[in-house]
Design a protein around this ligand. Structure first.
Ligand code: GLC
Length: 638
């Protein structure tokens, strides 16, 4: 491998030497990962050479400024664990208009405290068959709806100046059926037919379908689509217009690696790998989370490490808790696969606790989540553009004394607003008629009851809803990992039902929580609830940034459940101890002062960063009193 690189490079300057050192350090891993998947492939050697060439060219094409940033990040070490990073995910068009207009909103984001942007998919994607941009027809061309590549460059420059980080999506598992590879495959080109899973008849599709779950059972049932033009069954795990790429073909891997480097060289700091759980398929399995998918991700990571070491990977694996953990890497590759994963388990369990007022299921999940390797981190969140899945383990539910089926049924009824005691306005997403499995759509504010409270014009219900919103946000901000706000949630925006009149969106109720920001309305300042939520979010961000104990050193210790309504944990570094406490109950909760001393320390005085109050602790038989949905962010003073 090193020889191939040596041959390819003429100018062996200091920059090359640093690259070469990283190449040597990772060469054995890259070769063995590649060969373990493609070792028996007839084009093995040619494709391996292609892979090395791709890495070398990627480094050569990386602009000097980015190489400098790589060096700075390497020097800083674990830049991505800092408590000073706070993110937001946003759709360029729905948040601002065009990419250029996002630039106009940087001051707003700066004021809020957001310094890391996840721009939802911006590469070309056919309107009406887009899946919010996750059906990409050209990985390198910005969709004209958003602007041009130059606009992204200048936004990136503005962001760099303001010290802001950027994340873009890399849709690894599939392309749009309008991608040039798919068009060629449709036209019968054998090279590109081999880029997808295409079959003459239903023989293999039937075998695969037998064990593959359906992702969108209502709008896109099954995992294959019959394409009339070429008389083939094509694998389409997501929508019928998203064709799954065939990663048993090394040419596909190399082509996508090259695309990954294209994003890295745009200056992206974190690449969000979309749906990595799905990239390997095997008859007789669910075709999710297979070991080969992990091998391929490790391979991507090691290649990136060589050519663009300042770029981190986020694996968007919204799967069972134990499976999520594997995306950080296993065995020799522990901590060497994805730098980040979404803490989807914790997110869903916060919604669970908010509905039940009981934190025991959440607590049951923590020993597993604590196994995250040092150096890797979470993306923490309460809402994103997707639905909320209830895919945590049955045994976590059972260990809290609930019956899993009935428990999930309650949650679905609660958040879809069907339950008589529920203030939530949401909807079920992707109900599977065979299993009754379903996920939940709805904005943070609507699911917390603000939509209903506003409709009923009830100030007490509004204030409860706002308390719930801030409880959910505070919890995800303090856990460890980078919190990512979903745009609009900082303004407390409720569901937007306009998607129902757009045929390209009406089949997908996730659009109800993907609002279009009305800046004129916002700037008028009439949205009082929104303003209150904005100010509180801004305050939370300030608190997070100034407390170094909140950086993600894996330094989280959950408290014993002294009160089932209260979730609490301690974040500690030498010189700073913070207790974060969250009352998920709808009534006043009492927490024994012993909770602060159970680890053997003597805690006499605490400072609550949220309220600004100093609190003296009492004897063990007395209590810290918490209002419904109240939270405390307490630093030990003495
Ligand atoms: C990811 C995205 C989701 C999309 C799917 C298919 O899960 O977050 O929005 O529908 O991938 O690309």
């Amino acid at each position: 491998m090193a020889e191939i690189a040596n041959e390819l490079v003429v100018n062996k300057d200091a920059d090359f030497q640093a690259f070469y050192t990283r190449l040597i350090a990772n060469a054995a891993a890259i070769e063995s990962l590649f060969m373990s998947i493609y070792g028996a492939h007839p084009q093995r050697d040619q494709q391996f050479k292609q892979l090395v060439t791709t890495i070398v060219l990627a480094h050569q094409n990386r602009r000097a400024a980015l190489k400098k940033i790589d060096e700075e990040k390497l020097h800083k070490g674990n830049w991505h664990l800092s408590q000073e990073i706070v993110g937001m995910s946003l759709y360029v068009d729905r948040f601002a208009g065009k990419i250029q207009d996002v630039g106009q909103r940087l001051d707003y984001l700066n004021d809020l405290g957001v310094n890391f942007l996840h721009l939802m998919p911006i590469f070309e994607s056919p309107l009406g068959e887009s899946d919010g941009g996750y059906a990409v027809s050209d990985f390198r061309k910005i969709d004209p709806r958003f602007g041009k590549l130059e606009d992204l460059h200048s936004l990136k420059m503005d962001m760099e100046q303001k010290g802001m980080y950027l994340m873009l999506d890399f849709v690894l598992n599939h392309t749009s059926h309008h991608h040039e590879w798919a068009l060629k495959a449709k036209a019968g080109d054998p090279v590109y037919r081999d880029f997808y899973y295409m079959y003459d008849d239903r023989q293999i599709p039937d075998q695969l379908d037998a064990t593959m779950p359906e992702i969108f059972p209502e709008s896109s049932p099954g995992n294959f689509t019959y394409i009339n033009e070429c008389r083939q069954w094509v694998m389409t795990v997501f929508h019928h217009y998203q064709w799954d790429l065939n990663y048993t073909n090394p040419a596909v891997f190399n082509a996508m690696l090259d695309n990954l480097f294209f994003y890295a060289n745009l200056g992206v700091d974190i690449v969000r790998i979309d749906a990595p759980a799905f990239i390997w398929k095997k008859i007789g399995t669910t075709c999710q989370n297979l070991p080969e998918a992990h091998t391929l991700l490790c391979l991507l990571k090691q290649c990136l490490q060589v050519a663009a070491p300042g770029v981190a990977l986020l694996g968007e694996a919204i799967v069972a808790p134990a499976e999520i953990m594997k995306y950080f890497g296993q065995g020799l590759y522990t901590g060497r696969e994805c730098d980040f994963a979404y803490n989807a388990t914790q997110m869903a369990l916060q919604w669970d606790a908010l509905a039940t007022g009981d934190t025991r299921v959440m607590l049951a999940a923590q020993p597993l989540l604590a196994q995250k390797p040092k150096g890797s981190s979470w993306i923490t969140y309460t809402r994103c553009h997707d639905d909320i899945g209830l895919g945590y383990d049955d045994n976590m539910i059972a260990s809290a004394g609930f019956q899993p089926y009935a428990h999930r049924k309650f949650l679905k009824e609660y958040y879809s607003g069907v339950h008589p005691d529920s203030p939530a306005t949401g909807a079920l997403f992707s109900v599977n008629p065979k299993t009754q499995d379903a996920r939940i759509s709805g904005s943070l504010a609507s699911l917390c009851g603000l939509e209903k409270a506003q409709k009923e014009n009830s100030s007490s219900a509004r204030s409860i809803a706002i308390r719930k919103i801030m409880l959910m946000q505070a919890h995800s901000f303090m856990l460890g990992g980078i919190p990512i706000l979903f745009y609009g949630d900082e303004q407390g925006l409720v569901n937007d039902y306009s998607y129902l009149s757009d045929p390209g969106k009406s089949y997908d109720n996730r659009w109800m929580h993907r609002p279009i920001i009305n800046w004129e309305l916002w700037e008028k300042g009439n949205n009082q609830d929104g303003q209150e939520i904005y100010n509180a979010t801004q305050q939370l961000i300030r608190i997070r940034k100034k407390l170094p104990a909140l950086a993600d050193f894996g330094n989280i210790r959950w408290l014993t459940p002294h009160n089932i309504h209260v979730a609490g944990f301690m974040r500690e570094i030498p010189g700073q101890t913070i207790y974060c406490l969250f009352n998920y109950g709808s009534t006043t909760a009492y927490l024994t002062w012993f909770a602060f001393r159970e680890s053997g320390r003597s805690v006499k005085q605490l400072y609550d960063h949220w309220s600004g109050n100093k609190i003296e602790t009492g004897p063990d038989h007395e209590y810290l009193i918490m209002d419904p949905y109240q939270f405390f962010l307490l630093e030990v003073v003495e």
